[in-house]
Design a protein around this ligand. Structure first.
Ligand code: UD2
Length: 330
């Protein structure tokens, strides 16, 4: 996806979300036109603050379940050639309670958009898959080929992402990225199901104990948002090339795991929170260990994570401090 000789337009669905807003900002900084789409089901208007004033940014409050969405946008923006499809139902517990809606939004809408993108001759369709596609898989590190038709998915979220990723990977213009635990500025800490890092940072800044669900020895593979954004751009460049196939979908993670206890202690240390830890009951349905194998995407796209967990935590804490201070200003 080269943008040197003329402007290329990109749709970012989920543009008001945590990752979508970072991706939109990066694309604008690389001189792309960005058409943001979001229905604010979980996206937030505040995430668009830096985007509104950019002359190459347009926004449409629409749902990805609307038929003909990409065709309508292409009619308005003829330079559209690429779609980053990030909009989804992102809460795993919500997906358990609403399996049909989850399938419709996360899978059926993705497949429809993909078909439209293909029909319109888009050069790239990059899809936000998830580590949840591996379900209860125990072999570590998790390799792309471990997710199969026979995988026991633990939620409608995991199943819907798996089915959609598989469709995307089979299409000429498609690449699916299975992102592990993404963190960074703008991740919303306020819901009980928010990412653990956003919650821990918010609690630590309030000098409150960090809530450990279970024994804290469960592990996750945490990846900083700017590394994920870089992966999206590289994935778009791969689309349509012979190498876009291969092991597509691709894992996006650090390739390292961290226990939740270690994470909590590091955050408490960085914030100088002396309130310690609060041990709480284990969360039902939690997976125990997670770690990505990241060789495949490195091989085809030369991508590798650049932001260490420590550096990423420092940046996230600095952002959370600044936004806390800004919101306490009269
Ligand atoms: C992640 C994704 C989810 C889905 C899932 C697939 C995020 C935010 N969520 O869920 O969308 O893709 O992977 O497996 O990336 N924890 C605590 N204390 C807290 C909060 C969490 O101990 O206050 C633990 C929690 O029990 C879990 C770990 O931290 O073991 C990570 O929790 P999470 O909600 O950040 O992410 P995860 O991996 O469950």
């Amino acid at each position: 996806m080269k943008n040197r000789d003329r402007k290329i337009g990109c749709v970012v669905t989920g543009a008001a979300g945590f990752v979508g807003s970072h991706l939109a900002e990066r694309l604008l900084s690389e001189n792309y036109r960005v058409i943001g789409v979001d229905n604010f089901f979980s996206g937030r208007k505040e995430n668009l603050t830096a985007l509104w004033k950019h002359p190459d940014f347009s926004f449409h409050e629409r749902s990805v379940t609307e038929a003909g969405l990409l065709g309508d946008l292409k009619a308005q923006y003829p330079d559209l050639e690429c779609c980053f499809h990030l909009a989804a139902i992102v809460s795993v517990p919500y997906s358990v309670d609403h399996p049909e809606t989850t399938m419709e939004v996360n899978c059926q809408a993705a497949v429809n958009l993909l078909g439209e993108a293909d029909h319109l001759g888009f050069g790239a369709f990059v899809f936000a898959g998830s580590s949840a596609e591996y379900g209860g898989e125990q072999r570590l590190p998790l390799k792309e080929e471990y997710a199969t038709e026979h995988t026991r998915h633990l939620s409608a979220y995991g199943r819907s992402k798996y089915l959609a990723s598989r469709e995307v990977a089979e299409r000429r213009c498609g690449v699916a990225l299975r992102c592990f635990n993404i963190y960074g500025p703008r991740q919303d800490p306020t819901s009980p199901y928010s990412g653990v890092i956003s919650r821990f940072v918010a609690l630590a800044l309030q000098q409150q104990p960090l809530t450990i669900f279970g024994d804290g020895l469960q592990t996750r593979d945490f990846i900083y948002v700017s590394d994920v954004v870089e992966a999206y751009l590289r994935a778009a460049s791969l689309c349509g090339k012979a190498t876009g196939g291969g092991k597509n979908p691709y894992n996006i993670g650090m390739g390292k795991s961290t226990t939740i206890l270690e994470l909590a202690e590091t955050i408490n240390g960085l914030v100088e929170n002396h309130a310690g830890l609060a041990i709480c009951p284990e969360r039902p349905g939690d997976i125990r260990f997670s770690e990505a194998s990241v060789d495949a995407f490195h091989k085809v796209a030369g991508w590798e994570p650049r932001v260490s967990l420590l550096e990423g935590l420092r940046k996230t804490i600095a952002w959370a401090r600044a936004s806390q201070e800004a919101s306490s200003q009269p």
